[in-house]
Design a protein around this ligand. Structure first.
Ligand code: KIV
Ligand code: ZN
Length: 495
């Protein structure tokens, strides 16, 4: 087993092939930058011949001069190789299907013809100075004798790495281990593995391949990819570290932020129960668990959230106890006596029993009520306007009274909400940070009611954290109202 493996990320290629994802060129560049900072060894930036958009994005990513090596996908054709060269790539991932199912029903080629086509295209790419990683598509359903023959032929043609794709996710870990061992008897260049998750085994299969000697894993952020997706980067890397002491160049603390970025830009939500980066992965509700975790996190956590750059979350619900409530309120700088905490626990349980979610904003509101706080507002919105439209940069103006002093500010943003929140920030100071913004539609239709919850902090300080929540039919106004509520709470508590 190798002591380290390379991480080849294909979020921007296989991941982008997930139904409904179409990233803009700018978004692809942002993801590539984040992947490079995360420490992936190779970024498969796209499939240049597939569209002018892909070609442009791959070119832009090459021009970024990132630390990761940049690669593009190409079929075994001179046209595909030329498209890769046109992007300035010096590394290309070439593939041809080799299983009889694909050869007969898709390519209509004999095995011999497929081999010749592969060798011809690899030689062409090599003559043009490209390093080649090669994949026999559907390798795991390819007759083993022919697969070995292909590996020998492509390595003789000069490839640098041979990748083994489990294209339809049909192999299991013991068979994967056997396959890699067999292929290693004829393959002199490093082997890589590319697993799909059709049976939920992509990560386990990648681990099995590494245990058998594979030196590189293909992964995607959040497990995006064709159908059920590819092996998830976070799970593959953490599992290799934890179970087999196999290292990578990944900075694990950047896993959480990168996962969030990819989710936001692709519009693919992360399932709450997803390992490592799902909202529930470090969430604790029951009193017994919260008590345990507060004493020693290892009681109910396999590893600490800080390792992967996410946060522990104590969730309020019918199983909550005094420990949970006290700990959650202390995050917002609110310290209460035992009797007051008991009062809140009782209220939380009753609300939860009646089916109502008690989020941070509700909890802080309950505490403020018990403390009799916030009778007079310290932060008041006096004026607010936002301008938006087509071919216009969204711009907002706000006038806010803070402890009797009136200040006015304006800012632009990506959209009207962003402009409005930036304008508030311009008045309140740059040490105010929007930590979280959540928007939920409560009813349907264009006049739907929405609920906005925000979490703000001052100087990123844990003890100066605040929440606000508002409901309304205008998203921009509701966003402003919830932010003003959070800021007012912050200022009421500050003195
Ligand atoms: O799953 C697959 O076979 C692929 C190939 C292009 C390598 O993504
Ligand atoms: Zn794939």
């Amino acid at each position: 087993m190798p002591s380290t493996v390379k991480v080849f990320d294909t979020t921007l290629r296989d991941g982008e092939q997930s139904p409904g994802i179409a990233l803009s060129c700018d978004d692809k560049v942002k993801i590539a930058q984040a992947l490079s900072e995360l420490g992936v060894d190779v970024i498969e930036a796209g499939f240049p011949v597939s569209s002018p958009g892909d070609q442009k994005a791959v070119k832009r990513i090459v021009d970024e001069g990132l630390n990761s090596r940049i690669c593009g996908l190409a079929r075994c054709s001179r046209k595909d190789v030329d498209a890769a060269i046109g992007c300035g790539l010096d590394y290309v991932h070439m593939f041809i299907a080799t299983s009889d199912i694909h050869l007969q029903h898709k390519l209509k080629l004999t095995r011999e013809a497929a081999k010749e086509k592969a060798v011809d295209a690899i030689e062409y790419a090599r003559q043009h100075g490209l390093a080649v990683e090669f994949s026999c598509e559907d390798a795991t359903r390819t007759e083993l004798g022919f697969l070995k023959e292909m590996h020998q032929a492509v390595q003789d043609a000069g490839v640098e790495v041979i990748n083994v794709p489990d294209t339809v996710g049909t192999i299991g870990p013991p068979a994967m281990q056997h396959l890699i061992r067999e292929l290693m008897t004829v393959t002199k260049v490093p082997l890589s593995v590319h697993c799909h998750d059709d049976f939920g085994l992509a990560v386990a299969n990648s681990h099995a391949a590494v245990r058998a000697g594979a030196r590189q894993v293909h992964v995607t952020v959040n497990g995006l990819g064709e159908r059920a997706g590819n092996a998830a980067l976070d799970e593959t890397v953490l599992g290799l570290m934890a179970f087999y002491e196999v290292g990578t160049n990944i900075d694990t603390r950047r896993i959480g932020p990168t996962s969030k970025l990819v989710s936001r830009l692709t519009g693919y939500a992360i399932p709450p129960t997803k390992a490592i980066v799902g909202a529930n992965a470090f969430a604790h509700e029951s009193g017994i668990h919260v008590h345990g975790v507060m004493g020693a996190p290892s009681t109910y956590e396999a590893f600490g959230p800080e390792l992967v750059g996410v946060q522990r979350n104590i969730v309020m619900g019918k199983h909550s106890g005094a420990h949970s409530v006290r700990s959650k309120l202390s995050d917002y700088g609110i310290e209460l006596g035992d009797a007051q905490i008991d009062q809140i626990v009782d209220k939380v349980k009753r609300l939860a029993d009646s089916g109502k979610e008690v989020d941070d904003a509700e909890l802080v509101a309950l505490a403020s009520h018990i403390l009799g706080e916030r009778e007079s507002k310290k932060v008041k919105l006096k004026e607010f306007a936002v301008f938006t439209g087509m071919n216009t940069t969204p711009t907002a103006v706000v006038s806010i009274e803070v402890n009797g002093d009136r200040k006015t500010g304006s800012a632009t943003g990506i959209g009207p909400v962003d402009a409005a929140l930036n304008a508030i920030k311009s008045v309140m100071g740059n040490d105010i940070h929007l930590v979280e913004y959540r928007l939920n539609a409560i009813t349907g239709g264009s006049d739907a009611l929405c609920e906005v919850s925000v979490r703000v902090s001052k100087d990123g300080g844990k003890n100066l954290m605040s929440v606000g929540k508002a409901i309304g039919s205008d998203i921009v106004q509701t966003s402003v109202d919830s932010t003003m509520e959070a800021l007012d709470r912050l200022y009421c508590r500050k003195e």
